[in-house]
Design a protein around this ligand. Structure first.
Ligand code: GRG
Length: 286
């Protein structure tokens, strides 16, 4: 298969659905809609919603059945990035090579644009209940799952730990615990949401969760490596490459990707695209 074309086709489907859903820039109050659209359409890879669509396809479901949930997750992801960049959290002036949301719209609007994207994300997931043939109890389960995976025991909690760690020298276990919550949790939720809406059985859900955890950890290690290689390193911050070096980090990321692929063996050749997505996480340059 032509994997690059696959990614581009899925990205186009997701972008169109997001564009159709989000209020137009001119709609009052225009500034908030501009700020939301600025970050949603600023060059994200759409990894999380693609994982949701690909998981549904793997389980024999149509992508239309999960599309709104996939896009809702992308909005929640975008909210977390806007808030992460704020001066009171990571204080980053740039995101995806462009000025971060608060640099363009100011802190107050950036904060509110993040809030609005979180709310809109859940609105889109609820809207998924209008999809043909969908069982309403699956939607409720997905809302519960996503709330859990972005809440204080996961994404939000991981962000709190990241802030509190400062420049401390921590163990690999602490580091993985933080990566698992801060980054792997939403990646896992994206895959599980696709699986739940496609009526996956417990064995399939377990295998897909293991895959999500391992690619999620690898994703954050690679992200930290890219920061160093692209000279955006935050000196002394507890990250895998800061602690173990680039060479060891690459070996560890490759090990995690192999683990992820091993857990997909029950799906045989049907897992080809998820395997390609796992490889993409290691080979990506942004
Ligand atoms: C209130 C639920 C809640 C969260 C707020 C700010 C925050 C707490 C959490 C942020 C967590 C965070 C920013 C984790 C980093 C994950 C990461 C490496 C993101 C980059 O993902 P990519 O590369 O982004 O997929 P693109 O640009 O492709 O969309």
């Amino acid at each position: 298969m032509n994997f690059e074309k696959y990614l581009m086709d899925k990205k186009n489907i997701i972008d169109k659905a997001l564009d159709d859903f989000l209020p137009p820039e001119e709609k009052s109050p225009s500034i908030i809609h501009k700020a939301m659209r600025y970050s949603v359409f600023s060059g994200g890879k759409r990894l999380r919603p693609i994982l949701t669509l690909t998981t549904a396809e793997l389980l024999g479901e149509k992508i239309e059945t999960v599309l709104n949930t996939a896009c809702g997750i992308e909005l929640i992801h975008t909210f977390s990035l806007i808030h992460d960049d704020l001066p009171c959290i990571d204080n980053d002036d740039f995101r995806r090579g462009k000025p971060s949301n608060h640099k363009v719209f100011g802190e107050a609007i950036a904060l509110l644009a993040g809030d609005a994207l979180l709310v809109s994300g859940f609105e889109l997931i609820v809207k998924n209940s209008e999809a043909k043939g969908i069982k309403k109890q699956f939607i409720l389960k997905v809302i519960k799952e996503i709330s859990y995976y972005i809440g204080t025991e996961n994404m939000l909690g991981g962000q709190v730990e990241d802030i509190n760690l400062g420049n401390k020298n921590i163990t690999q276990e602490d580091l993985y615990n933080m990566y698992m919550k801060k980054t792997a949790a939403l990646i896992c939720a994206s895959i599980r949401a696709g699986a739940i809406l496609s009526d996956a059985n417990q064995r399939q859900l377990k295998a897909l969760t293991r895959y999500g955890e391992n690619i999620g950890l690898a994703f954050q290690i690679v992200d930290d490596m890219l920061d160093i290689m692209q000279d955006q390193r935050e000196m002394g911050k507890p990250t895998y490459p800061n602690k173990y070096g680039i060479k060891e980090s690459k070996i560890e990321a490759e090990r995690l990707i192999q683990e992820a692929k091993n857990s997909l063996k029950i799906f045989n050749h049907k897992a080809e695209v998820l395997n390609n997505l796992a490889d993409f996480i290691i080979s990506r340059e942004k």
